[in-house]
Design a binder for this molecule. Structure first.
Ligand SMILES: [Fe+2]
Ligand SMILES: [Fe+2]
Length: 356
């Protein structure tokens, strides 16, 4: 391919940072794969956006003249489909949330590792800007990032160290269109169940990444967490959201979400290990769970694992019938009320991570 043709076929990247050594470093890193342009403040960058289109903009937040958040706001009006990755060394939770709300698809903290930047750009560039799967993934990744930043995973020390492994797992899992499609079905049905589903997947992935489990297992457990409650989309919405005590019949209906979830996931072509998590995540080791009342030997490890994350997530979320518990209160209650019912090796991992 002639040189000019090769350059024309490359995806276009705009790097914006007032620290010139950063734009230079990133240009050197990325110019063999992408057509790279740089700007050293927000106004310069916005002028480039007015005259040209880019597949991705990687921008710093704190800059003179026009900062990264304002640049993102203006860029959204100009190029609504462009992927925007933010980076900053001094980001407050508020401006990270602002950036995500404005549609930034990822956030990189400085100082960054070159490999991490490379991977993130590659992930974002591997989808066309108008690709449906890409936008579905972006919606869910934005929600995951929002949960991680605004929820209290900060309770979990060392989260920054393992976040790259977890983010990679989320991308790997969400790239399967069946996963993103079904998560969005849950979101459409009930936002609280959707947030809980993401929460369970996030908690499960954090514990797995913390223990350095193999990527395949990390991805499978994360996926199981994300879709464990998919069956709830077939249960009466009013029963699921009832704030008064449920009648026996209503509770029987809720229990059916395990059957529904198992069927949905098998129909979608997931294997029985994944569908099994939807079926068995309410089973208890002493046989007191549902839908089958299996004991320890009938409940696979992934389901036991997700069961612990599910209970912890439910206890630390606000529910119509009770206030949300702190992580410590949740752990105490698990030790008090779930003895011989759940896998305490998993609870120990959770505790270790929460307490550092
Ligand atoms: Fe459930
Ligand atoms: Fe659940």
């Amino acid at each position: 391919m002639p040189h000019s043709e090769a350059a024309a076929s490359k995806k276009k990247l705009l790097i914006v940072d007032d620290e010139k050594y950063i734009t230079q470093l990133l240009t050197e890193l990325l110019e063999s794969e992408y057509s790279v342009e740089t700007a050293n403040d927000g106004i310069q960058a916005f002028n480039k956006l007015k005259n040209d289109s880019f597949d991705l903009m990687l921008t710093d937040i704190s800059m003179p003249n026009l900062d990264g958040i304002e640049l993102l706001r203006l860029a959204r009006a100009q190029l609504p489909d462009m992927n925007v990755v933010m980076m900053s060394g001094l980001a407050t939770t508020e401006n990270v949330i602002d950036a995500l709300n404005l549609g930034a698809c990822h956030f990189i903290r400085k100082p960054f590792k070159i490999d991490d930047v490379n991977n993130i750009i590659k992930q974002k560039m591997s989808f066309g800007p108008n690709s449906e799967t890409a936008s579905e993934i972006d919606v869910i990744m934005t929600d995951i990032n929002y949960l991680i930043l605004s929820n209290n995973y900060g309770r979990m020390t060392d989260i920054k160290k393992i976040l790259p492994a977890c983010s990679q797992a989320y991308y790997d899992v969400l790239k399967d269109a069946r996963v993103s499609k079904n998560l969005l079905r849950i979101k459409q049905f009930d936002d609280a169940i959707y947030r809980h589903s993401l929460d369970v997947g996030i908690i499960a992935s954090i514990i797995c990444a913390f223990r350095h489990v193999k990527t395949a297992l990390l991805n499978a457990i994360t996926l199981g967490g994300f879709l464990h409650d998919i069956g709830k989309i077939n249960v009466d919405y009013n029963i699921l959201n009832k704030s008064e005590k449920l009648t026996t019949e209503e509770f029987e209906q809720i229990k059916l979400h395990t059957f529904f979830g198992h069927n949905i996931l098998l129909e979608e072509g997931f294997n029985d290990d994944i569908a099994g998590v939807a079926f068995k995540h309410h089973e208890k080791l002493d046989g007191s769970g549902y839908p089958r009342g299996y004991t320890e030997y009938g409940i696979d490890t992934a389901s036991q694992f997700i069961a612990v994350c599910d209970i912890y997530s439910a206890l630390t979320e606000k529910r119509p019938y009770r206030k949300k518990l702190t992580p410590q209160e949740a752990l105490e209650l698990m030790h008090k009320d779930f003895v011989s019912k759940i896998n305490f090796d998993v609870v120990k991992l959770l505790k270790l991570f929460i307490e550092g």
